[in-house]
Design a protein around this ligand. Structure first.
Ligand code: PA5
Length: 470
């Protein structure tokens, strides 16, 4: 169901900027927005891209709208319907699904799963999960113990299943790699594929779903091996901007997430970028405030302060997005995600009294998704908490948020808020698109191409060279 749009409020921060500073930024921020949106036209035209804009992966901007239009026009033949059919098939055939991928082919799915599924999903029975498989993530490391533990678990489940054709003991694998040659994912795929081949023989063609670019080793395999479903990662959408392509939508649909609402939330945010004025535009205002504090006051650390366990993985997804997009030419703010109140007992000390190089943006979760818990009273009042008896937990959380913001304000440390009405597919879609658009607008503002990640190649080259030598 559609929720209202998230809001961005920096009123507690702007008093630390020089008077008129945000007004002064207006024209350059609006120009950066226009450039961001015009890049879509340039990208769609197929014309040669100027060197400073190469690569130009602007396809993510209008993609959610295109996909919803395609669904409207093509119905059962649309990409959304095809993803949903494949997800339903996997749910019926397997009770465990392993999603293999790294970076942009991993972080977004994990973020959605943690934000939108029961935190103890994998511990629930199949009935409690309403037939949604247990979901695991691998292929994002080269950690032998971690991978072996999962392989052993899935192998034991297959061995224990009385009926080898029933979903209970069966595992499916969604292997995601745009290039099809990322070593971590490819190495994990070998092991998980071998397990599936050993346990399920010819059924692997139904149990493995590649999601990949139009060329590469994984694409070649997908063409040769005749898997029942294969999905393409569209050209012109870079890895960390691909969460709302089949990269994220297929695992999300398997996990029972409403992918149409995700897309609608993102489409609404793109429209917000186009139509809302500076000063009441969450994307432009977030960009302007973050940029002004970085340039004027050296606040080069951007803390995404998430107020709920469900939001932490979205923060980690954003860490990648900001780092890989703007961490170039010896520039770019450093993102850092915290989840509170946990990290108030950890990083909180430094944020309160450490260097004044941090801008804190709270991400507020809004209404709880389930009936709020109450603090129970006790006759013995052993911990003297009866004074708060019958308080709902969200009230205690709000006091923590207010108390923390006040502590920062009392020491002249700026905070801003991104407030979600609640956490659901529609608002998570909004938040993804808001942060992706803001990252690109900021890139255009400061003259850094937000697309591409040439720096990531260096370690890959060395790693392969060391492997070849050893
Ligand atoms: O943002 C990016 O493009 C990267 O983080 C990639 O997603 C990551 O390196 C994985 O690449 P691939 O999907 O080709 O395996």
């Amino acid at each position: 169901m559609a929720s209202p749009l998230l809001t961005y409020d920096a009123s507690a921060a702007t008093r630390y900027l020089s008077p008129g500073r945000l007004d002064q930024l207006r024209s350059s921020i609006e120009a950066a927005r226009d450039e961001t949106l015009n890049d879509v036209t340039l990208w769609q035209s197929g014309e040669a891209v100027p060197k400073e804009k190469d690569p130009l992966d602007a396809g993510f901007i209008q993609w959610p709208e295109e996909l919803l239009l395609n669904l409207n026009e093509q119905g059962d033949d649309s990409l959304v319907a095809r993803i949903e059919r494949c997800a339903a098939r996997l749910r019926e055939t397997a009770d465990s699904v392993v999603v293999l991928g790294i970076g942009g082919s991993y972080m977004g799915m994990r973020a959605m799963f943690e934000a939108l599924n029961n935190p103890f999903h994998n511990e629930q029975s199949r009935e409690e999960r309403k037939g949604v498989p247990r979901i695991y993530f691998e292929g994002w490391n080269v950690d032998s113990d971690n991978q072996k533990a999962l392989l052993d678990l899935l192998d034991a489940r297959a061995a224990a299943a009385k009926d080898s054709s029933a979903p209970t003991g069966r595992t499916a694998v969604i292997v995601i790699s745009k290039s099809g040659r990322t070593l971590e994912t490819a190495a994990a795929f070998r092991n998980f594929r071998a397990l599936l081949e050993r346990r399920f023989g010819d059924d692997v063609q139904q149990l493995i779903v590649p999601v990949t670019g139009d060329a590469g080793r994984l694409r070649d395999l997908a063409n040769d091996a005749k898997f029942e479903d294969v999905f393409s990662i569209p050209d012109g959408i870079g890895g960390r901007f691909s969460v709302l392509t089949p990269v994220g939508l297929l695992p999300a649909a398997v996990a029972g997430i409403d992918i149409r609402s995700l897309l609608q939330g993102a489409a609404d945010m793109t429209e917000h970028l186009r139509s809302a004025d500076y000063g009441s535009n969450a994307i432009l205002d977030y960009t302007a405030v973050s940029h002004a504090f970085e340039i004027d006051q050296g606040m080069t650390t951007r803390i995404l302060s998430t107020w709920g366990c469900k939001l932490e993985a979205i923060g980690l997804w954003y860490d990648q997005l900001l780092s890989e997009s703007l961490g170039k030419h010896e520039l770019g703010a450093t993102p850092l995600t915290v989840v509170n109140t946990r990290d108030l007992h950890s990083r909180g000390q430094q944020h309160q009294e450490g260097r004044r190089d941090k801008l804190i943006t709270n991400v507020l979760p809004g209404q709880t998704s389930s009936e709020p818990l109450t603090l129970p009273g006790r006759e013995d009042d052993f911990d003297q908490l009866n004074k708060f008896a019958d308080y709902k937990l969200p009230r205690i959380l709000q006091a923590a948020i207010d108390g923390t913001n006040k502590a920062y304000a009392d020491d002249n440390r700026p905070t801003a808020d991104i407030a979600l009405p609640t956490i659901n597919a529609h608002t998570v879609g909004q938040l993804f698109q808001m942060l992706m658009l803001a990252t690109v607008v900021e890139g255009r503002l400061v003259g850094t191409n937000p697309y591409g990640q040439p720096g990531v190649e260096a370690y890959k080259k060395n790693m392969n060279a060391f492997l070849a030598e050893s």
